[in-house]
Design a protein around this ligand. Structure first.
Ligand SMILES: Nc1ncnc2c1ncn2[C@@H]1O[C@H](COP(=O)(O)OP(=O)(O)OP(=O)(O)O)[C@@H](O)[C@H]1O
Ligand SMILES: NCC(=O)N[C@@H]1O[C@H](COP(=O)([O-])[O-])[C@@H](O)[C@H]1O
Ligand SMILES: [Mg+2]
Length: 399
């Protein structure tokens, strides 16, 4: 077990609940500090399972199944990596006190459901968010949008990520299709959907905030340089760091991140999603874990978002310094197939200062993220161009 500076000969054990691309990098970062990694996901051969000590395949929305695995493995740390997890199991496990849930069970519960985090940010902390309403039936949704929210607005499942089940509605005639889509395509159907007024932002950012112990053993909040990103259908298509923004907007963004992460508590890295227009900043949502848009830090920071999460959890010092501008562009599959080949890696990697990371997911689906192109340059603009060129060179074809 690693405790601050003392490293015993009994390996510290971490169990990842979710083993996608973010989990894979977490597993690697954990192993660099000698931590034993157990990777759990809903399907076999998930990315983090390729590099973990052991893995298990279970329905992570089933409380009993999660408890059984945790009972078997007795991990020191449980690191949720995805939203769709039976969070009540984590609350019960935390109460037993044998494992640390990262950053804590309440954080996982609050953030996996848009209702929990909205209530906390908008109602308890009075942080600006888009105008919103929840609905359990189509007629409730229609009334809320017509009387309160207006058009254009976003309709989303309360439990989903990567834009699943989300649509932008411009007119009343599109509302029913958006309701049906939200009800049927979230990761879990909670029975409710959220309607959010559209915010006309100049740009949106992910502010990575790390709650870690400082040299005096006291929790301090550290911020990475803001990450700008561009999204289509609720999923990111490019991210870059640093996003240029005014000092005062950045200060407001950090203040919001501080308020929300302090309220949530625990140790670890958080991805705070914010919309910025002029000097105004709105809170959108938060991941109590590394963020997909933050994959850019694999080339821009000395300690990337995965290192930072792991170091914070283990009680080790962190440094959020940026060493260069950079960009990331995800590689999305255009086809569905169980066996795919990746063409054009030679061309992609011929782009100077670029890298390609393939996640080796066992199945490609249309728009599923299969890899990421990363690039650095003197400016964000140049890095973005390189990352786009590199990503475009990779073709995903049936084997
Ligand atoms: N109220 C809003 N106003 C303007 N744009 C929005 C709004 N809600 C969502 N969007 C756009 O859709 C994107 C995805 O929304 P959101 O983050 O809520 O979805 P998600 O499914 O949680 O995605 P992820 O898991 O990738 O963060 C946002 O980053 C933003 O570009
Ligand atoms: N925005 C959240 C996010 O990026 N999560 C990342 O995507 C994986 C799921 O991918 P899949 O849907 O292709 O299995 C998750 O396991 C996580 O790594
Ligand atoms: Mg989001």
């Amino acid at each position: 077990m690693i405790i601050g500076t003392a490293l015993s000969n009994h390996a510290t054990k971490a169990l990842l609940l979710g083993s996608g691309e973010l989990g894979k990098e977490l597993a690697i970062a954990l192993q660099r500090y000698g931590v034993e990694v157990i990777a759990v996901d809903r399907y076999a051969n998930a990315p983090a399972q390729h590099v973990a000590h052991r893995s298990h395949v279970v329905d992570m929305t089933d409380s009993e199944a999660i408890k059984k695995i945790i009972d078997l493995e007795q991990p020191d740390f449980i690191i949720p990596e995805i939203e769709a997890i039976a969070t009540q199991a984590l609350v019960d496990i935390e109460r037993e006190g044998k494992s640390v849930v990262v950053p804590n069970a309440r954080a996982i519960q609050l953030t996996m459901n848009r209702e929990g985090i909205r209530a906390l940010a908008a109602e308890k902390l009075n942080i600006p968010t888009s105008n919103y309403a929840f609905a359990e039936t189509f007629s409730e949704l229609k009334t809320a949008v017509e009387n309160n929210i207006g058009y254009p607005c976003f309709i989303k499942p309360t439990m989903s990520s990567s834009g699943k089940g989300q649509s932008m509605v411009k007119t009343a005639s599109q509302l029913e299709a958006a309701w049906d889509y939200a009800k049927s395509s979230g990761r879990v159907d909670t029975g409710k959907v959220i309607a959010e007024a559209k915010i006309d932002f100049d740009f949106e950012i992910t502010l990575l905030a790390v709650r870690a112990l400082n040299a005096h053993g006291v929790v301090e909040t550290y911020y990475c340089e803001p990450i700008g990103h561009y999204q289509e259908h609720g999923d990111y298509r490019a991210s870059w760091q640093p996003q240029a923004m005014s000092r005062s907007a950045l200060k407001t963004a950090q203040d919001i991140a501080f308020k929300v992460t302090t309220e949530i508590g625990g140790l670890g890295l958080f991805g705070v999603e914010l919309f910025v227009q002029g000097e105004q900043v709105w809170f959108s949502e938060i991941s109590p874990r590394p963020h997909d848009t933050g994959m850019v830090t694999m080339v821009t920071q000395q300690q990337n978002e995965f290192d930072l999460h792991v170091r914070a959890i283990l009680g080790l010092p962190v440094n959020t310094r940026l060493h260069t501008a950079g960009a990331s562009v995800p590689l999305l599959s255009t086809l569905a197939a169980t066996d795919v080949v990746y063409e054009g890696l030679d061309k992609a990697l011929a782009v100077p200062d670029s890298e390609i990371r393939l996640f080796a997911k066992p199945e490609a689906l249309v728009n599923r993220r299969m890899g990421v192109a990363l690039a650095i340059a003197d400016t964000v603009e140049a890095a973005r161009k390189k990352a786009v060129t590199s990503a475009k060179s990779v073709g995903i074809r049936p084997a």
